[in-house]
Design a protein around this ligand. Structure first.
Ligand code: URA
Ligand code: URA
Length: 254
């Protein structure tokens, strides 16, 4: 039988999941047990047992030739890399998901990796999380034509598992070349995986979000991943604050 969502076991599980994914510092779960002498209550404090694996500095990795080259345009770059087999995801992908949007965008959004729908269509953020991203963009008066959207990984990890450090190491140089070509003035990182990978940190998302960071001289704001908002709608409020911050800084660019 499937446990009810109020079952203490599944409550604890979802709290731990929220903790790990959203980077909250601790989760406290109260467990109540009825006994003959009344109700016994136990408090469980769960701490994240695993920190996300952080890729080593890219400077320490000998890059393949294709990643040392500089390309004149996104089109040339995409054409050169879209048959990539540098990691095992090359064998399982349907489509390589390069990126989409305005090649002259002043603002770039970066997510984690393609999901099933993205893998099928070859375009980032077109599934359920993507529809929520569109709503968020609309709320701050952007359309997809104003911005550019890409991911840390260009290929879908099987069953949407987290990207492996090795996959991120091999793929991030592609993203950095996209950033070099586009020259965005602002970057918004969506979710823990993108934030920790690009900022090379293991700081939990809860501490990274809402603040300005920097990547190769470009100001970077971190916020929740729209997929996380689908599961934990309570985080929409903070996301709203984050994206308003983003919009305000964008408007200051003139
Ligand atoms: N989630 C991501 O991080 N990227 C996508 O392109 C789709 C969902
Ligand atoms: N999971 C992610 O991948 N990112 C978030 O922002 C939250 C949960």
């Amino acid at each position: 039988m499937k446990p009810k969502p109020t079952d203490p076991g599944s409550l604890l599980l979802s709290a731990i999941r929220a903790h790990m994914e959203l980077g909250t510092t601790e989760v406290i779960v109260e467990r109540r047990k009825r006994t003959t002498s009344g109700t016994k209550s136990t408090t469980i404090v769960a701490e994240s047992p695993v920190m996300a694996a952080i890729p080593p500095s890219l400077d320490m990795i000998e890059l393949p030739e294709i990643q040392k080259r500089q390309f004149k345009s996104l089109g040339d770059h995409c054409e050169a890399i879209n048959k990539c087999q540098l990691c095992e995801l090359g064998a399982t992908r349907n489509k390589f998901v390069y990126g989409v949007g305005n090649p002259q965008a002043k603002l770039m959004f970066i997510g984690e990796a393609p999901g099933a729908e993205e893998d099928r269509r070859g375009e980032p953020f077109v599934g359920r999380a993507g529809q929520l991203l569109d709503q968020i963009l609309l709320a701050i008066k952007f359309t997809r034509q104003d911005i550019y959207i890409a991911n840390i990984l260009k290929c879908r990890p099987p069953n949407n598992r987290d990207p492996l450090p090795e996959e991120m190491n091999k793929c991030t140089p592609y993203l950095n070349e996209q950033i070099r070509i586009i020259e965005p003035k602002l970057i918004c990182l969506l979710g823990r995986i993108a934030a920790q990978a690009l900022l090379k940190t293991s700081t939990p998302l809860g501490k990274l979000r809402g603040h300005w960071h920097e990547h190769n001289g470009v100001p970077v704001l971190v916020t929740y991943h729209p997929a996380a908002l689908l599961r934990f709608p309570a985080y929409k409020k903070e996301t709203w604050e984050d994206v308003q911050k983003l919009r305000a800084r964008y408007d200051e660019l003139g």
